[in-house]
Ligand binder design. Structure first.
Ligand SMILES: CC(=O)CC(=O)SCCNC(=O)CCNC(=O)[C@H](O)C(C)(C)COP(=O)(O)OP(=O)(O)OC[C@H]1O[C@@H](n2cnc3c(N)ncnc32)[C@H](O)[C@@H]1OP(=O)(O)O
Ligand SMILES: NC(=O)C1=CN([C@@H]2O[C@H](COP(=O)(O)OP(=O)(O)OC[C@H]3O[C@@H](n4cnc5c(N)ncnc54)[C@H](OP(=O)(O)O)[C@@H]3O)[C@@H](O)[C@H]2O)C=CC1
Length: 283
C-alpha cells in the first residue's frame, strides 16, 4: 500500500525537521509529542524555517502555507491508527524506544511501517518489541534535516524486502539519497563521526588546545563546515553520550569509551545548543 499519511513521534530538533520535509513532499503529517510545550515549540520551529525559506525566495508563500496545512499536531499515540508510516524520533534510549514501539504496535494499522530515526541503537532489538518485526526499519536522517541529503536505511534481522523498498522509495520522494546499512552499532555515520567528536573532547579535556582552537583546526585544516565541539553542541551532548555508550557496549572495545568531560557536561544539564550551554554558550 502506498504511503500517504505519516506520524512523526517526538517534536524535537530531528522530529520537527522530518515532519517538515515529509509535509513539503506532499505527505499528510501528524506531529506527535507527549509534551505540549515541546510540540508547540516544534511547530513554531517549522514555521520559522519555512518563513526563512520564503524570505530567501527558495519557496513561495503559497508553498509554505500548503506545507503548514499538511501538518497537524497530535498529543496521543492512538492517532497513529490513521497512518501508513510512523517515524519515531524520541530520545536515544532503548527502553523508551521499545516502550513507544510496543504501544504503537497496538494502535497502528496492520499494514503500517514503523521506522526509527535512532542514531545508533539496534533496529532488531527495537523491532522485537512489536509483533511486526518485518515492518520495522531504521530511517536515519541527518541534522539539520531540511539541509542534509542523506538517509541511512537500516535493515533489522527480520525487515522484509517490501518494507525496505517502501522506505527507499519514500526517501527518494523526500529528495534525499538513501544508503543501505547493516544493523551494527552506530551504523556507518556515527561509527565514524562520533569517535572523532569524542576524541576532540579528550583533546580539550587533556588541555591540548582551547575549544576555539580545536574547532578552528578542524574547520580550516580539514574543511569541516563546523568544528567538532560546535557540532557536538549542535547535535546535543546527551545524544553524543548515548551514541558513545551504544558503541562502547555494542563493540566491547575501550576505544569507544566516552570522555569523562562529556559525561560531566551531560550530568550538569549542559546539553549544548538546545539547553543554552554546552562547550559554548547560546542565547
Ligand atoms: C548525530 C546523528 O545521528 C547524525 C547527524 O546528524 S550528525 C550531524 C550531521 N550534520 C553536520 O555535520 C552538519 C555540519 N554543518 C553544516 O553542514 C553547516 O554548518 C550547516 C548546514 C548546518 C549550516 O551551514 P552554514 O553555511 O554554516 O550556515 P547558513 O548559511 O546559516 O546555512 C546554510 C543553509 O542551511 C540552512 N539551514 C541552516 N540551519 C538550518 C536548520 N536548522 N534547519 C533548516 N535549514 C537550515 C540555511 O537556511 C541556509 O540555507 P540557504 O543556503 O538557502 O541560505
Ligand atoms: N540530534 C541529532 O543531531 C540527531 C539525532 N538523531 C536521533 O533522533 C532522536 C531524537 O533526537 P533529537 O531530536 O536530537 O532529540 P530532542 O531532545 O531534540 O527531542 C526529542 C523529543 O522527543 C520527545 N519525547 C521523548 N520521549 C517521548 C515519548 N515517549 N513520546 C513522545 N515524545 C517523546 C521529547 O520530549 P521531552 O522533552 O518531554 O522528553 C523531545 O521533544 C534520537 O534517537 C537521536 O539519536 C538522529 C540524527 C541526528
Amino acid at each position: 500500500m502506498a504511503i500517504q499519511k505519516v506520524m512523526v513521534i517526538g517534536a524535537g530538533q530531528m522530529g520537527a525537521g522530518i515532519a517538515q520535509v515529509c509535509a513539503q513532499a506532499g505527505f499528510d503529517v501528524l506531529v506527535n509529542d507527549r509534551n505540549e510545550d515541546d510540540l508547540d515549540k516544534g511547530m513554531k520551529n517549522i514555521d520559522k524555517i519555512l518563513t526563512r525559506a520564503v524570505e530567501k525566495e527558495r519557496i513561495t508563500a503559497q508553498s509554505k502555507s500548503d506545507t503548514l496545512n499538511r501538518l497537524t499536531p497530535s498529543s496521543q499515540l492512538k492517532d497513529a491508527e490513521s497512518c501508513d508510516l510512523v517515524i519515531e524520533a524520541v530520545v536515544e534510549n532503548m527502553d523508551v524506544k521499545r516502550k513507544v514501539f510496543g504501544e504503537l504496535d497496538e494502535v497502528a494499522p496492520k499494514h503500517a511501517i514503523l521506522a526509527s530515526n535512532t542514531s545508533s541503537l539496534p533496529i532488531t532489538e527495537i523491532a522485537a518489541a512489536t509483533k511486526r518485526a518485518d515492518q520495522v526499519i531504521g530511517m536515519h536522517f541527518m541534522n539539520p534535516v531540511p539541509v542534509m541529503k542523506l538517509v541511512e536505511i537500516i535493515r533489522g534481522l527480520q525487515t522484509s524486502d517490501e518494507t525496505y523498498g517502501a522506505i527507499e522509495t519514500m526517501t527518494t520522494h523526500l529528495s534525499k539519497t538513501p544508503v543501505e546499512v547493516e544493523d551494527f552499532p552506530g551504523f556507518v555515520s556515527n561509527r565514524i563521526l562520533m569517535p572523532m567528536i569524542n576524541e576532540a573532547i579528550f583533546t580539550l579535556h587533556e588541555g591540548v588546545a582551547s575549544r576555539e582552537d580545536i574547532d578552528t583546526v578542524m574547520k580550516l585544516g580539514t574543511n569541516h563546515p563546523m568544528g567538532p565541539l560546535t557540532l557536538a553542541d549542535f547535535i546535543g551532548l546527551d545524544t553524543c553520550l548515548y551514541i558513545m555508550e551504544v558503541l562502547h557496549d555494542g563493540f566491547g572495545d575501550s576505544k569507544y569509551r566516552p570522555c569523562p568531560l562529556l559525561r560531566n557536561y551531560v550530568k550538569a544539564g549542559w546539553l549544548g545548543k538546545k539547553s543554552g550551554r554546552g562547550f559554548y554558550l547560546y542565547d
